[in-house]
Design a binder for this molecule. Structure first.
Ligand SMILES: *[C@@H]1O[C@H](CO)[C@@H](O)[C@H](O)[C@H]1NC(C)=O
Ligand SMILES: *[C@@H]1O[C@H](CO)[C@@H](O)[C@H](O)[C@H]1NC(C)=O
Ligand SMILES: *[C@@H]1O[C@H](CO)[C@@H](O)[C@H](O)[C@H]1NC(C)=O
Ligand SMILES: *[C@@H]1O[C@H](CO)[C@@H](O)[C@H](O)[C@H]1NC(C)=O
Ligand SMILES: *[C@@H]1O[C@H](CO)[C@@H](O)[C@H](O)[C@H]1NC(C)=O
Ligand SMILES: *[C@@H]1O[C@H](CO)[C@@H](O)[C@H](O)[C@H]1NC(C)=O
Ligand SMILES: *[C@@H]1O[C@H](CO)[C@@H](O)[C@H](O)[C@H]1NC(C)=O
Length: 566
């Protein structure tokens, strides 16, 4: 694969989007995920191209000379698909590492929130998410009781957060509408400058007594947070909140009956054998320390706000965490599936929010969602991005002057090559495993399966016991023009040993529509829409051998199966 210019990429994406509109696939993978990625020619070429692109960008100064450590990983293998580190010239090698590698420790900032949510799910699954947070936090319960008794407060919707309405799940998904921070980052840290800028002088009672450098105690934090104004009513619009994750940290402690650090170690660090992940500031010799301000941001303590942004980790450890999330090794698979879903849109259609996933959609032949979390803390930044459809993820950790911008660029460059390659590899492998003819010659029954330019496995011909089933499905779908009939099979993810389930999308003739209501892309509504004797006319099952090659197909509504003959 050659590396694409941004302009070429745009053309490819536009062409791809047009495709997606024509075929209207189901949301989710078009083909079973490719395996053996490290040896797949398409993926290998993409990884090589990513390495070259990143190295070129480093040389060209696109990363502002920031130190980076990144890994691309998959669930099939514990070795990374790609591991690349870059050591900036401007680091303090007297106190930190000389050379950045996959074990170098960075601060991960807000990516810490993912650890906090994972801990909550390990402790209690989804049990607490619909509960009011007051159930777990006595300070909040006291405010709720006070508000019930005080009509001046309960009638004032602008000055007082309705804490009785705030659930744990809303805190987890930035939907609580509560303040972003308390103490930390308050501009009173910069008092002389603010007064010079025309802001009034504050009396001391108005200045938070804590933040930086003195972290807020639990008491100070709640005193301040519970006086903060609401930003929006609950579940109105996502408003990013670090304070919400400090409260989440206390919820985890209440559920576990142990302090956050102990739970982190017991539930994540020890089971995954993470050797370079820390709750408290580790030995500075393990870290990369940018000369300018690096030491300050390395040492800067977050106290009880650590669950929102204080954790330290390495690219190697973050890849292990990413793999554990993708392969659901710390949670039941059903919990992971429920967790990896959007909970709210943002005003950008390609960017949704989960708990606390930042879900970024890439247009390919279909939208591919990356479940990501990013973080920044001073001179340090991090991103973890997971692609559950392909069982692949990547992490980038950075340190330096413009590390947020550097990581965003690296993540875009990686995604632009990696995602199309993973789709191509999945399609190619699926074609090898499933395409061909399946037949019962004694009955004049056969199905031919191919892949083409569009998504899914395509049924290109189908005769059952002498009846051309294309004619039958046209009759059922009300299609009269044979060129309008398309039967595309998508993997459902349901499987038994040696068996994989697929569903067909058999779209009615696709018009264009004059608006969203008349849009023809409603495949999801049509699935299982036609059943015969309680069996969907769109249900297909493949039997596969132990290396994944199909040995038979069953269009299940026909209560028959045809062996693969070529
Ligand atoms: C497609 O898969 C086949 C069989 O695994 C392999 O030989 C071929 O190189 C692949 N083609 C591409 C473009 O990856
Ligand atoms: C890198 O920087 C060069 C020079 O400023 C610019 O021309 C190029 O487009 C940048 N590349 C990327 C990938 O941003
Ligand atoms: C009710 O709340 C208001 C606003 O905070 C406060 O001024 C008032 O003293 C409170 N009343 C009682 C009875 O606590
Ligand atoms: C490295 O850090 C030490 C300790 O703070 C400091 O004395 C020294 O000047 C720093 N060196 C560089 C190159 O920043
Ligand atoms: C899942 O990933 C974790 C972390 O890399 C690994 O320890 C574990 O063995 C994997 N489990 C499975 C079932 O693949
Ligand atoms: C195949 O079609 C023939 C003729 O219509 C019919 O008699 C026979 O029962 C059919 N066989 C099966 C297995 O459906
Ligand atoms: C099998 O059935 C198809 C569809 O009805 C028909 O076109 C074809 O001639 C038949 N083949 C044989 C060998 O009977």
């Amino acid at each position: 694969m050659t590396s694409l210019s941004l302009y070429q990429l745009l053309l490819v994406l536009c062409a791809a989007l047009t495709h997606a509109l024509n075929f209207c696939p189901l949301m989710g993978p078009s083909w079973p995920a490719a395996t053996g990625l490290a040896n797949d020619p398409t993926v290998k070429a993409a990884l090589q191209s990513i390495r070259t692109t990143l190295q070129t960008a480093i040389t060209a100064g696109n990363f502002s000379g920031d130190s980076l450590s990144l890994q691309i990983f998959d669930t099939g293998c514990s070795d990374p698909l790609l591991s690349l580190s870059y050591t900036a010239t401007d680091i303090n090698t007297t106190i930190g590492v000389n050379k950045v590698d996959e074990n170098t420790v960075f601060r991960i900032g807000s990516t810490s929130k993912l650890f906090t949510m994972l801990m909550l799910l390990i402790e209690d699954g989804f049990g607490s998410l619909n509960d009011p947070v007051s159930k777990y936090i006595p300070e909040i319960e006291a405010v709720v009781v006070d508000m019930q008794r005080n009509s001046t407060k309960s009638n004032n919707g602008i000055d007082f957060v309705k804490w009785n309405e705030v659930t744990v799940g809303e805190l987890a998904s930035h939907l609580a509408g509560i303040p972003r921070d308390y103490g930390m980052l308050d501009l009173t840290e910069e008092v002389p400058m603010l007064e010079g800028l025309g802001f009034p002088k504050l009396v001391s009672a108005q200045v938070p007594p804590c933040g930086v450098p003195n972290v807020c105690s639990r008491k100070q934090f709640f005193n301040g947070l519970l006086q903060g104004h609401p930003i929006f009513p609950t579940s109105t619009t996502p408003i990013y909140s670090n304070a919400a994750f400090q409260v989440m940290g206390y919820v985890v402690e209440a559920l576990a009956g142990e302090n956050f650090q102990t739970v982190l170690e017991k539930r994540i660090i020890n089971p995954l054998k993470l050797t370079h992940t820390f709750y408290t500031t580790p030995n500075i010799k393990l870290g990369v320390i940018p000369s300018a301000q690096g030491e300050h941001f390395w040492n800067f303590a977050m106290g009880d706000e650590t669950p929102a942004g204080g954790i330290y980790s390495s690219a190697n450890d973050m890849a292990i965490v990413g793999r554990a999330l993708l392969n659901s090794s710390l949670l039941p698979a059903a919990t992971t599936r429920r967790w990896m879903r959007p909970l709210t849109h943002t005003s950008s259609l390609g960017y949704a929010v989960g708990a606390p996933w930042e879900i970024i959609s890439f247009g390919n032949e279909r939208p591919i969602d990356l479940y990501t979390k990013s973080g920044d803390i001073g001179t340090y930044s991090s991103v973890l991005a997971l692609d559950p459809d392909h069982g692949v993820g990547f992490t980038v950790l950075g340190a330096g002057a413009k590390t947020h911008e550097s990581l965003a660029l690296a993540a875009d460059l990686i995604s632009a090559s990696l995602l199309p390659a993973l789709e191509a590899a999945a399609k190619n492998q699926t074609n090898c495993h499933f395409a061909g003819t399946y037949a019962l010659s004694s009955l004049n029954s056969s199905i031919t399966i191919i892949t083409d330019a569009g998504p899914g496995l395509v049924v290109s011909s189908w005769v059952n016991n002498g009846t051309n089933m294309f004619n039958s499905y046209m009759a059922l779908s009300g299609i009269t023009d044979p060129s309008q009939l398309s039967i595309r099979l998508y993997p459902t993810g349901l499987e038994s040993p040696g068996q994989l389930s697929f569903r067909a999308v058999i779209p009615p003739p696709l018009g264009t529509g004059i608006g969203p209501f008349t849009s023809p892309c409603i495949s999801w509504v049509t699935v299982d829409g036609s059943v015969y004797g309680n069996m969907g006319t769109d249900e297909f099952l493949f039997k596969v051998d132990n290396i994944g090659n199909a040995v038979s197909i069953s269009p299940r509504v026909l209560r028959t199966s045809y062996p693969k003959t070529s």
